[in-house]
Design a protein around this ligand. Sequence first.
Ligand SMILES: Cc1cc2nc3c(=O)[nH]c(=O)nc-3n(C[C@H](O)[C@H](O)[C@H](O)COP(=O)(O)OP(=O)(O)OC[C@H]3O[C@@H](n4cnc5c(N)ncnc54)[C@H](O)[C@@H]3O)c2cc1C
Length: 393
Amino acid sequence: MPAQSKPYSSLYDTIVVGAGIQGSFTAYHLAQRGRETLLLEQFPLPHSRGSSHGQSRIIRHAYPQEHYAQMMAESYRLWEQLEAEAGVSLYRQTGLLVLGANTNPEFQRCCRTLVKHDVPGELFTTESLHRRFPGIRPYHGEVGVSDHTAGVLSADRALWAVQDGFRRCGGALHDGEKVTDIKPGVVVTVTTSRGVYQAKSLVITAGPWANKLLAPLGLLLPFQTLRIKVCYWKEKVPGAYGVSANFPCFLALCAPHHIYGLPSNEYPGLVKICYHSGRLADPEERDRPAEASALPDIQILQDFISKYLPGLVPEPAVVEHCMYTNTPDEDFVLDRHPKFRNIIIGAGFSGHGFKLAPVVGKLLCQLSVGEEPSYAMEPFRIHRFPALPAPAL
Ligand SMILES: Cc1cc2nc3c(=O)[nH]c(=O)nc-3n(C[C@H](O)[C@H](O)[C@H](O)COP(=O)(O)OP(=O)(O)OC[C@H]3O[C@@H](n4cnc5c(N)ncnc54)[C@H](O)[C@@H]3O)c2cc1C
């Protein structure tokens, strides 16, 4: 049975489409302000077809881009507030190590934002890095910078907590109910697989499905939807790369795409290490077998692990899947529809949006109620993309 916390209402203040982490936080902020809000999700919850499922996500201040680094203080505060409200622990501090050549511009930008935002951490030379973290071999003479505030968010639990918070504020969450049509207007009409609803504003947070809802509204954004392999690797000595051995999260600034890892925790004896890219895939066909020419991501990870993490077996023990929705510059889209101003879009989170979801949700809420957003929105505007051919309306 779909979860319904209150009876259907004919006119909502806002309808939010998509109950991933971004839509759920948007709905939560709206309901906290007393807005009558309906959150619609196509699949019965919980599900693992989008981008927000799984046990863990990295949270960190260490960002090369200032516009994300400056949102992190508030994001940490809002995560803490949610933990207190829900009475659950969502964050585990492990620290994070950024690894790279000391001449790497991205590495240098991470160091600068950490200093600018007064984030406690340390710089490591190649030698001190290996001494402090004997499980890491800096194969090409990499150096490191640590962010002591970083850690792991419990993703599934966080999603549940924010949806529960939304319901407790009086919000209506209908899962197993797919949006099939959107009619723009001063009042937006939304048709689903089970009914018709109206609202003064609409927020589309549909993850990798975003363009499927936007195309009929005359907008196609330059998103690439990617299938990501979530790989877990076995420790040769159980616990050697674990949270209790103080092994941190890490982000290796490899070209062309980064590799990141989290200490063993959710699956005892297994360390999560992923390649920050994947093969193009429609979300409806995520599990179609890959062609022979598919991205050699596992091979890239095996090579990395053999060189840098000699205490792990370089064969994945578990492989799961998840979706990225990437923009060309990997910045988010948080903006109004260029023509229908009461339709707000939150999408293109490019594989790094979870940690920022509390702030993203607040910004999407501010846009939908007509408030001045709390941060400069220029990096997130749709007009940064060159004009795209508009689909016929
Ligand atoms: C492997 C992996 C690792 C990651 N690691 C990190 C990390 O360490 N740190 C970090 O900050 N971020 C990380 N991310 C990114 C982060 O998880 C995503 O940015 C975030 O989950 C995106 O959430 P979303 O709500 O936009 O999308 P989704 O979770 O996909 O939610 C969209 C929802 O919309 C629903 N929907 C779509 N169409 C319709 C419709 N027509 N009607 C009703 N509902 C609809 C979908 O079913 C879905 O539930 C990672 C992502 C992946 C895949």
